[in-house]
Design a protein around this ligand. Structure first.
Ligand code: HEC
Length: 692
């Protein structure tokens, strides 16, 4: 019944473009749903995270094109007032832009001028910053009817009024006292707000939740991994999944968190969700007697009405390298081997580009888009043939891709005209070492990976690293063109009917490329590194291109010297361009420069400093960088002033800077531990004097 209603709404959309923005009276599809279903035919707006339910991030707008893009200039900028990572895709509707900043703070801006309409701060619990692997980031909001939805860092889902930013409802998505967080953008499908969580690295059980968009009432929750069989299974899917796990996996939660990619096919009535790595990440610690560990590192197709798992495709059975399948899911209809196929296109961390039949999850193809050493290939059933050399059970191994992935969350776009998919790739490996003494410890890292291995290792020692924007042909499964980047983490892409691909870069540029061959046609400085995906829209008939810029999070925090190579600092801002724009891009902060001689005096023994190094790499390096080399966003502790050294214990144990995102560690670290960490940092500063 519902199915038919939606199909009718769809055909109304395609026949009568504007029928979608205002549902005629008597149409059983609510106007808010009809508007989202018709997003692709309302190119003046950017209504959903991926531009439409298919998440293609392609716009039919063409006022800005190959011929005139050189005249693009800044129309306005808006200071997001943060030095931390910015990952949000802005939404635009009815002349207003909605963009989220770190700690899930939402701003509504006049889309033509950048003037602030309202700000909503959900007051995320700042102590929660310790519970996220990769920064206090937020990848965007959802829009539906008269409301805006945002997930908060501390795991709440919030609805505010579009007009005023005032709170309508909020719910906690967190189960028990586990460290669940939200960094991803919600999607609204069939009147329900869909959200997954982050947290697998800290030991949680993944799930996807759907809430009634009007009331916030939980409609369904679908777990991505089984719980303790003694508690009974929530569904037959969980019972089947449990057969693929061994040992007491539920103690650490199992993982499989769905922290980013989602898409929806209204005709098939399937909601697609990508799931993450295991908790712990290391397969023999998680499920000691083997098994595929469903549904880790999988694409799940869910019935949006009930949350039931309709099909699954597991990209990494028994995942063991942090190769999440949470990366953006993009839906397209392609002719493959003479047959028209409805597919999902996916470039997850594991370095293979996947083409999957989205009607039933059957495997079509997977080919590497970057250097891959963990697997040799995928067989015809869609199962990876793992490389025996990638088994790090008995000794540390250098494996590609690294846990940053060949490609992570920066959104990709698909241009129906060129048939190409555009995304930032990375060719980089890292050491993988298993921690033989790992056991589940609540509220701390539970990856099972030996962080000490990282302490002795700078990524650049592990062979060459490179990064590029690639244009990928998903039918032929090959790269058509690529443009090299300076270093690791570069922006998502937008492609347009103007024949353009827009992308920001880690080294602080926003660039327009020709979609067919990658020729650079225009660029602007951005004053900070760009990671997020750009959008385009119109106000009063004039086309704008906007991107939220701001260096920070994962690689920018813990990529060490490789991240420093970007030569940028944090400094979040929204930059919006139009033809003939004359505004000035606000300058960025200058890189820190050489490490000064530390003047602070602290007695310590060699043994204490060694202990300090291990503690630092377990608790601090994720944000402050390996070997205390920070990547340009959070403070580089080798530069710590005498004043801050004197406050070290108050900052680190006492939470003096918690509001700014420096968590308190009084519950985990003793005064002696802090002393050891500080002594080691001072030693690193002395070793580094004059260098970067
Ligand atoms: C979740 C990320 C995160 C972790 C983990 C973290 N920090 Fe921080 N830290 C920050 C941020 C962000 C700031 C900057 C806060 C501000 O803007 O004042 C900071 C600031 C600091 C400062 C003050 C620096 C200055 O120049 O003002 C010190 C000292 C510090 N951290 C030490 C540590 C130590 C030691 C650890 C490990 C026990 C640690 N941090 C773990 C994020 C983190």
């Amino acid at each position: 019944m519902r199915n038919r209603t939606l199909k009718l709404a769809l055909s109304a959309c395609s026949l009568l473009l504007f029928a979608c923005s205002q549902a005629p009276s008597g149409d059983p599809t609510p106007a808010a749903d009809a508007r989202l279903l018709g997003a692709a035919s309302e190119p003046g707006s950017w209504l959903t995270h991926g531009g439409s339910y298919a998440e293609q991030r392609f716009s039919t707008l063409s006022s800005i094109d190959e011929g005139n893009v050189a005249e693009l200039g800044l129309a306005w900028s808006f200071d997001l007032q943060t030095e931390r990572g910015v990952e949000a895709t802005p939404l635009v509707a009815d002349g207003v832009m909605y963009v989220s900043a770190p700690f899930s703070i939402v701003h509504a801006l006049d889309a033509a001028t950048g003037e602030l309409r309202w700000t909503y701060d959900p007051n995320s619990d700042r102590s929660w910053s310790r519970n996220v692997c990769c920064g206090f980031v937020n990848r965007g909001v959802a829009l539906y009817g008269d409301k805006i939805y945002v997930g908060t860092l501390d795991g709440r889902l919030v609805a505010v009024e579009r007009a005023s930013g005032s709170l309508v409802w909020e719910v906690s998505t967190v189960e028990g006292d586990r460290p669940y967080s939200i960094t991803g953008a919600p999607r609204v499908v069939e009147g329900k707000v869909i959200i997954g969580n982050a947290g697998a690295d800290f030991g949680v059980r993944g799930y996807v939740s759907a809430y009634d968009a009007e009331t916030g009432e939980l409609a369904w929750r679908t777990y991505t991994v089984p719980g303790n069989p003694a508690d009974g299974f929530e569904s037959p899917a969980m019972e089947r999944a449990a057969e693929t796990w061994t040992g007491e996996w539920w103690v650490a939660g199992g993982g499989g968190t769905a922290w980013d990619g989602m898409a929806y096919d209204p005709e098939l009535r399937l909601l697609y969700v990508g799931t993450g790595n295991g908790a712990p990440s290391v397969r023999w610690l998680r499920s000691p007697d083997g098994g595929d560990n469903l549904y880790l590192a999988s694409i799940l197709a869910l019935d949006p009405a009930t949350g039931e798992i309709v099909w699954h495709y597991q990209e990494n059975p028994a995942e063991s390298w942090d190769y999440t399948a949470t990366q953006p899911l993009l839906l397209a209809d392609l002719e493959i081997d003479g047959r028209q196929r409805k597919v999902i296109l996916h470039a997850p961390k594991n370095g293979f580009f996947f083409v999957i039949d989205r009607s039933d999850g059957s495997f079509i193809s997977a080919e590497p888009f970057t250097t891959v050493t963990w697997a040799l290939r995928y067989d015809e059933n869609g199962r990876p043939v793992e490389n025996p050399e990638a088994d790090y059970r008995d000794e540390p191994k250098f494996i590609r891709p690294s846990p940053y992935g060949g490609h992570s969350w920066p959104p990709m776009s698909f241009h129906p005209g060129t048939g190409l998919v555009y995304f930032p790739k990375r060719d980089m490996g890292s050491i993988f070492a298993s921690d033989p003494d790992w056991e589940y410890r609540p509220k701390t890292w539970n990856t099972g990976l030996d962080t000490a291995a990282f302490s002795e290792f700078s990524f650049s020692d592990g062979g060459p690293m490179s990064a590029a924007l690639v244009a990928w042909d998903p039918v032929a499964q090959r790269e058509v063109w690529s443009v090299d980047h300076v270093t690791g983490f570069n922006g998502g892409t937008l492609s347009t009917a103007g024949g353009l691909v827009f992308q920001g870069s880690s080294d602080g540029r926003f660039v327009a490329y020709r979609a067919t061959d990658g020729e650079k046609l225009w660029e602007s400085p951005t004053g900070t590194g760009v990671m997020a995906g750009p959008v385009t829209y119109t106000v009063a008939g004039e086309q704008y291109v906007a991107v939220a810029a701001g260096w920070g999070a994962s690689f920018a925090m813990n990529g060490g010297q490789l991240a420093l190579a970007a030569g940028v600092r944090g400094g979040g801002r929204v930059l919006t361009f139009k033809l003939g724009g004359r505004a000035q891009v606000p300058p960025g902060k200058a890189p820190l420069g050489p490490v000064p001689e530390p003047t602070y005096a602290l007695e310590s023994t060699e043994e204490e400093r060694e202990q300090g190094m291990a503690l630092y790499h377990f608790y601090c390096s994720v944000c402050h960088g390996p070997q205390a080399v920070a990547g340009g966003s959070v403070p580089d502790l080798r530069h710590l002033t005498e004043e801050n050294h004197a406050l070290f214990d108050a900052i680190v144990r006492g939470g003096l800077r918690q509001v700014q995102g420096m968590p308190a560690f009084a519950d985990l670290l003793s005064t002696a531990d802090i002393h050891a960490i500080q002594a080691w940092i001072l030693g690193r500063a002395r070793e580094s004097v004059g260098g970067v």
